[in-house]
Design a protein around this ligand. Structure first.
Ligand code: GLN
Length: 488
C-alpha cells in the first residue's frame, strides 16, 4: 500500500470518509514527512504541525456530517495570504513579525471546510521573482534535484506538494508564480480567470494581475480545491459574481473534437529543444485522443514581458507604499525625523528586487514618463487581450510551454534580473489578458527534471482546460512514472 503522504487528496477523502483512516493519522503522517524532508527542501517559513495535530484529534472526535467531506484534510498556504494568529511574512524582513488580525477570504473558505493548515510556505519576497531565491528567509530546494530552484514565486508551495510535505497548497500568480514553480516541480498549478477567486487578504503585488490558485498533485485535486476557493466575495470589488460551477463534474468528458490552437510564437527562439520535443509529443497524444490540433499565431510574446514589467512595477510601487515603518511591519531604529524614519525603514526592510521594482514603477508613473511608459503599456495590454480573444474565439484551448527551460541551478540567474524575467516569457501574457491557464507535467528532460505544459482557456472556461488537462494526465500517468528523487 502507498504511504499516506503519497496519496492524492481525492484518495485521502475517500479513505477518510470510509473510515479507513483518521484525520489524526493523516496529519501525523504529514508532520513526520515534514520532519524528514524539510531540512533538505526548506519549503516552510512557519510550520504549524503541532496545532494541526490538535485540530485533527478534535475533528476525529466530532460527528461527521456528509457536507464536510474535506474535514481533516491538511493544506499548505503561501505566506502572502493572511492567516489570523499565524505570521504572514511575504518572505520579507518588512513583515517578519507581522500577524494579520483577519483571515484572507480563501483561508476562511478552507477553514469553513475544516481543513487543517500545516503552515506557511516560502516564496520570493512579495511574490517578486521566478526562483524563490528572493526570499529574505531561506532558499527552497527543488525536490527532484536539491541543487536546483523550485521556481517562483510560489516555490515553497510547489516544492512542498512535490515532496509530499502537504497534500495540496495555495499559491498566487501575478505573471506565472503558480504555473512556473508547478512546472519546475512536476505538479499541477492553475492560474484562474481574473476575478474568479477573491483577493481579499492576499497581500497585493500588482492588483490587476494577481490571482490566488491551487497547486496540487493531480488535476482532480486541482478541480476540487478550485471548487472550495472560487466564488464571489463582496470584500473584493474585482470579484466576479457568476454562478457556482462544480469543476470536477466534466473532467471525464474527453477531448474528442476539442479544438486546440498551438501558437507558433511560443515555440520559437529561446525555447529549450527538450521542452519543445516533449510538447510536440503531447500534441500528438491530443491528436490520438481525437482533438483537432492546429497551428495558430498569437504574436504577443515579444511585447509581453515589457508590458508586464511596466504594469506590475507601477502597481507594486503604489501597493507597497503602505509599508512606511508606521502602520505595518518593520521600523528602523535609526532615525531623527519622519523622513528618515520612512527612508530607513524601507531601505532596511525591503530586499534588492523589491526596491528595483519600486524604483522602476515610480519612474514609469512619474509625470513626463507616464505617457511614454505606463499609458503605452496599458494600450499594449488592450492589444494583447484582443489577440487572446481572437484566438480563443476560434479554439477551445491554446497549448504552449510553461517556461522555456526546466528548473535551473540555484544561483544561476540570481545576479541577472533580465534573464530571470525571461523564465516567465510564456506565462505573463495570460495575466495581462486575465484568462485562465493550467500547468501540468508532460515529461522529464535528460537530467530527469519535469517539463510543464500550459493549457490556456477563455475567461471563466476553467472547466474546459481542466477537462483537457485531465484527459492528458490519464494518458501519460506522470505521477506513476516519475517521482522526485531528492538528488544531492
Ligand atoms: N516572476 C514574475 C515576477 O517576478 C511573476 C511573479 C508572480 O507571478 N507573482 O514578477
Amino acid at each position: 500500500m502507498k504511504d499516506i503522504t503519497e496519496l492524492t487528496v481525492h484518495e485521502l477523502v475517500e479513505k477518510l470518509n470510509n473510515k479507513e483512516i483518521t484525520a489524526e493519522q493523516i496529519t501525523k503522517a504529514y508532520a513526520d514527512r515534514i520532519n524528514e524532508k524539510e531540512k533538505d527542501v526548506q519549503a516552510f517559513i512557519t510550520i504549524t504541525a503541532d496545532e494541526a495535530l490538535e485540530k485533527a484529534k478534535k475533528i476525529d472526535g466530532e460527528i461527521k456530517d456528509n457536507k464536510n467531506i474535506f474535514a481533516g484534510i491538511p493544506i499548505g498556504i503561501k505566506d502572502n495570504l493572511c492567516t489570523k494568529g499565524v505570521k504572514t511574512t511575504c518572505a520579507s524582513k518588512m513583515l517578519e513579525n507581522f500577524v494579520a488580525p483577519y483571515d484572507a477570504t480563501v483561508v476562511e473558505k478552507i477553514n469553513e471546510e475544516k481543513m487543517i493548515s500545516l503552515g506557511k510556505l516560502n516564496m520570493d519576497e512579495f511574490a517578486m521573482g521566478s526562483s524563490t531565491e528572493n526570499s529574505a528567509m531561506k532558499i527552497t530546494h527543488n525536490p527532484w534535484n536539491l541543487n536546483k530552484v523550485p521556481g517562483g514565486s510560489s516555490g515553497g508551495s510547489a516544492a512542498a506538494v512535490a515532496a509530499d510535505m502537504v497534500p495540496w497548497a495555495l499559491g498566487s500568480d501575478t505573471g506565472g508564480s503558480i504555473r512556473e514553480p508547478a512546472s519546475f516541480c512536476g505538479v499541477v498549478g492553475l492560474k484562474p480567470t481574473y476575478g474568479l477567486i477573491s483577493r481579499y487578504g492576499l497581500v497585493a503585488f500588482a492588483s490587476s494581475l494577481d490571482q490566488v490558485g491551487p497547486i496540487t498533485k493531480d488535476v482532480t485535486d486541482c478541480a476540487m480545491l478550485l471548487n472550495i476557493i472560487a466564488g464571489h466575495d463582496e470584500k473584493d470589488s474585482t470579484s466576479a459574481n457568476i454562478p457556482k460551477v462544480d469543476y470536477t463534474k466534466s473532467l471525464k468528458n474527453g477531448v474528442k473534437n476539442l479544438k486546440i490552437g498551438v501558437p507558433k510564437e511560443f515555440f520559437g527562439e529561446g525555447i529549450n529543444p527538450e521542452v519543445k520535443a516533449k510538447l510536440e509529443e503531447a500534441i500528438n497524444i491530443y491528436k490520438e485522443m481525437g482533438a483537432e490540433v492546429e497551428e495558430c499565431s498569437l504574436d504577443v510574446a515579444k511585447y509581453a514581458l515589457a508590458t508586464y514589467y511596466i504594469i506590475a512595477c507601477a502597481e507594486a510601487s503604489s501597493n507597497l507604499g503602505r509599508f512606511d515603518g508606521i502602520r505595518y511591519g518593520y521600523r528602523t531604529k535609526n532615525y531623527t525625523n519622519l523622513k528618515e524614519l520612512y527612508r530607513n525603514s524601507r531601505s532596511e526592510g525591503f530586499g534588492a528586487e523589491v526596491k528595483r521594482r519600486i524604483i522602476l514603477g515610480t519612474y514609469v508613473l512619474s509625470s513626463g514618463y507616464y505617457d511614454a511608459y505606463y499609458k503605452k503599456a496599458q494600450q499594449v495590454r488592450t492589444f494583447v487581450k484582443r489577440e487572446f480573444e481572437k484566438n480563443l474565439s476560434k479554439y477551445d484551448v491554446l497549448l504552449t510551454p510553461v517556461s522555456p527551460t526546466t528548473a535551473f541551478d540555484i544561483g544561476a540567474k540570481s545576479n541577472n534580473p533580465l534573464e530571470m524575467y525571461l523564465a516567465d516569457i510564456c506565462t505573463v501574457s495570460i495575466n495581462i489578458a486575465g484568462v485562465p491557464a493550467i500547468s501540468i507535467p508532460c515529461g522529464v528532460d535528460i537530467e530527469g527534471m519535469p517539463i510543464g505544459m500550459q493549457l490556456i482557456g477563455n475567461r471563466f472556461a476553467e472547466e474546459t482546460i481542466l477537462n483537457a488537462a485531465f484527459a492528458f494526465e490519464q494518458k501519460i500517468n506522470f505521477r506513476q512514472n516519475y517521482r522526485p528523487e531528492f538528488k544531492k
